[in-house]
Design a protein around this ligand. Sequence first.
Ligand code: 3BY
Ligand code: FES
Ligand code: FE
Length: 424
Amino acid sequence: MDPRFPARLDDPLAPAREATVEMLQQRRVQYSLPQPFYNDERLFQLDMQEIFEKEWLFAGMTCEIPNKGNYMTLEVGDNPVVIVRGNNGEVHAFHNVCRHRGSRLCVTDKGKVAKLVCPYHQWTYELDGRLLFAGSDMGKDFDLNAHGLKPVHVRTGGGYIFISLADEAPEIDGFLESLDHYLAPYDMDNVKVAVESSIIEECNWKLVIENNRECYHCNGSHPELLNSLQEFDDTDDPRATQAYKDLVARKQADWEAQGVPYKLTRLGRRNRLTRTPLLNGVESMTMNGKRASKKLMGTLQSADMGSLRILHLPNSWNHFMGDHAVVFRVLPLGPQKTLVTTKWLVHKNAAEGVDYDPAEMRRVWDATNDQDRRLAEENQRGINSKSYEPGPYSETFEFGVIDFVNWYSERMLENLDLSAPHLH
Ligand code: 3BY
Ligand code: FES
Ligand code: FE
């Protein structure tokens, strides 16, 4: 921010900040949030500033930019970001904004370039963001070095790419180490995206995450998913039956013998990693429960890997089976509009049409995503009513939702406090 224009001096969101702090301090815990958190334009702006522009976000997979010059783009609210593989194989992230007059620089979702060239007046940047060329008539005093691309924090672990638009990024080392550990058997340098989908849900991003954090709705809505998924989250799930616990014990003994990580790891409320069995006899999240790719991932010897579930708040959940993985990314587009991107991963050497059929592989989660979209959109429509009031979460069925809302509330209060300390 240009110090001559201290935006906060005349922050149109100042009253909303104050109201948000008050609402969060007074909220009933274990209840859904007050209406403005789900539908108000100002609250949406605050979510973007305080959560999506400060926390670590799941952006994509390293396998999507395998070679130097490969890039991918995404938008974090109003902020275009480009992630590019540099000349020495390192991953860079920049604000995707030209330092001449601010044009968006890379305009496609993915691509491969030798240099980053602005489409407007062809200012040309090295893959590490340095400005190399700015036309011939910028004057002899023009300083190329002062006009490099603005960096975005970027870290990788277990094949995942995370970005943070914060000035100072929060800690993420522990989670990256966990990803490396849990995903070692998947050899994430040798995976590829088999197929991907992007859907827009007409609801607030928090309703997408809340919906994903419970399986209270699974019986009523997800016949395809329930061909494979256990509705229990883990043995610490209060509903877990003895039969489920016995199955877990048997599977864990198998995984232990194979040297495959499975134990539950939590890093605060933000991250959770655990391997949990699918239904007995089921190999993968497919319509018939059989593997969708003949070639198993990484160095795995068995398809019977259950599902390694990985949660990253605020914007990702994931399932790794023996034969394929499904990764999900959530990006808010507006107070009541959210982009959900799903990618199905397979071994790099699995051959489409021979080892796997992408249309078959995607069926369960296409159906599930569509069902969840409808649920979240109906949730939104009811919340928009003048009659809506926060309702109670079930501790037995909705502990994951409670965890998410607590994480969100804590992060909001802390980040609001850092940007406007006088509010506390
Ligand atoms: O991500 C999942 O596997 C599921 C989908 C429905 C509930 N959630 C925990
Ligand atoms: Fe990029 Fe002019 S805006 S070169
Ligand atoms: Fe669901």
